[in-house]
Design a protein. Structure first.
Length: 391
């Protein structure tokens, strides 16, 4: 099968969606399919993999910026050149519309993969609202839909009347393994007796990092714990640094900056507890990577996290910090206390922690990228059949 991926975000931007699109494309290529990734809106984008073809998808036509129409025009040209059997457009947003409109104009079926962007987008003004609704309406004419969590599938059905199939993100089970343990303490000046808490989340409000920092003084009354935060030093970095100083935790919080993807498994596998304190979450690839590494994960029961984790079996869930998806309000003390108590529970109960680590790895093995690629191919085949059937 020839598959054209259309996306509006990709490397060098690094996040869950970019990583998922890259490794899904790798896995499809490994299964013998020809894949091309076409990226719009990221002029500096490039491919980190040689397994699939890569193209930029510009908006200019004859030297004139045609905006969305220009992207559709250039996507049609690419489809005529590559001749895909199906177009897989990522996001129920502009790229979803561009990929679907271009595919249908060229007589090719399309499948839209629904990720956080689009479903949870909040327009900045009236014009932005009209534009985003137009994009979403165009994406909703696709021949098949995939959502990376059941919550997003349900929201898409309620809001837009479409019926996505929930397919998890995948994880590189050969890279993220419990065997990747190493000494992460010595290079950071952390003693062998100290407990290491690890969190690999961008420093943005919806990821709940402030909850973890506020929970640390409570934790430290019972355990000599150190918190390691792996993320680019932007967004809320200055605010969080100030909070660390206010709480007197400067010696116990390490902002590591971004960690190379290949090095993350060692941190997940070697930390005593990994934290996923999200206020809102579409489907956390970082959580799956931690689980594949055999980490003891504490996570909030929100979005896709509660679909990944079975409490006290392959992770430890605490109540969501907010009552609705993507509602980010003021930090509440109940959530801080719940998070501290959950981490202490795992630190004080080594048998429970060991059970969770084994369960986490077992679950992650069901989400290997070859398995997820196989499920995606089923949806592609259905879309091809539906598109070619008499209407």
């Amino acid at each position: 099968m020839r598959i054209l991926m259309v996306t509006e975000t990709f490397f060098p931007i690094v996040g869950g969606s970019e990583t998922a699109i890259r490794y899904l494309s790798d896995a499809l290529s490994d299964l013998g399919h020809e894949v091309m990734v076409a990226v719009m809106n990221v002029p500096q984008s490039s491919s980190p993999s040689k397994k699939f073809m890569f193209r930029q998808l510009p908006s200019t036509v004859g030297g004139i910026d045609g905006k969305t129409f220009g992207k559709i025009w250039n996507c049609r040209r690419l489809i005529r050149e590559f001749r895909p059997d199906v177009v897989n457009a990522h996001f129920l947003f502009e790229s979803g519309m561009v990929g679907t409109r271009a595919a249908h104009k060229e007589g090719v079926p399309s499948v839209v993969s629904i990720r956080g962007r689009g479903i949870f987008y909040r327009p900045r003004n009236f014009f932005d609202g009209l534009l985003s609704r137009w994009w979403i309406q165009g994406a909703c004419t696709a021949d098949g839909f995939i959502a990376t969590s059941q919550e997003m599938a349900d929201i898409a059905e309620q809001r837009h009347g479409i019926h996505p199939l929930a397919i998890s993100n995948g994880v590189e089970t050969d890279l993220f393994t419990p065997e990747r343990k190493k000494d992460i303490r010595t290079p950071l000046g952390i003693s062998a007796r100290q407990r290491v808490l690890f969190c690999a989340r961008r420093l943005v409000p919806k990821n709940g990092i402030e909850y973890m920092i506020r929970a640390l003084p409570i934790l430290r009354k019972q355990e000599d714990a150190v918190l390691l935060l792996a993320a680019p030093l932007n967004a809320e970095y200055d605010k969080l640094c100030s909070l660390v100083d206010t709480l007197g935790m400067r010696s116990y919080v390490r902002f590591l900056g971004p960690i190379l993807h290949e090095e993350l498994p060692s941190y997940f596998a070697s930390a005593d507890v990994t934290i996923q304190p999200s206020i809102a979450e579409a489907r956390s690839l970082a959580c799956l990577e931690a689980m594949a590494s055999g980490a003891a994960v504490v996570a909030t029961a929100c979005g896709g996290l509660k679909e990944l984790i079975t409490h006290r079996e392959n992770g430890y869930l605490i109540p969501a910090f907010e009552g609705s998806t993507y509602q980010v309000g003021a930090v509440n003390e109940r959530g801080v206390r719940d998070l501290a108590d959950a981490v202490l529970t795992l630190l004080h109960d080594p048998s429970l922690r060991a059970k969770i680590c084994l369960g986490a790895r077992a679950y992650a093995e069901t989400c290997s990228w070859p398995a997820i690629a196989g499920q995606s191919l089923d949806i592609f085949q259905r879309a091809i059949h539906s598109f070619s059937s008499p209407r």
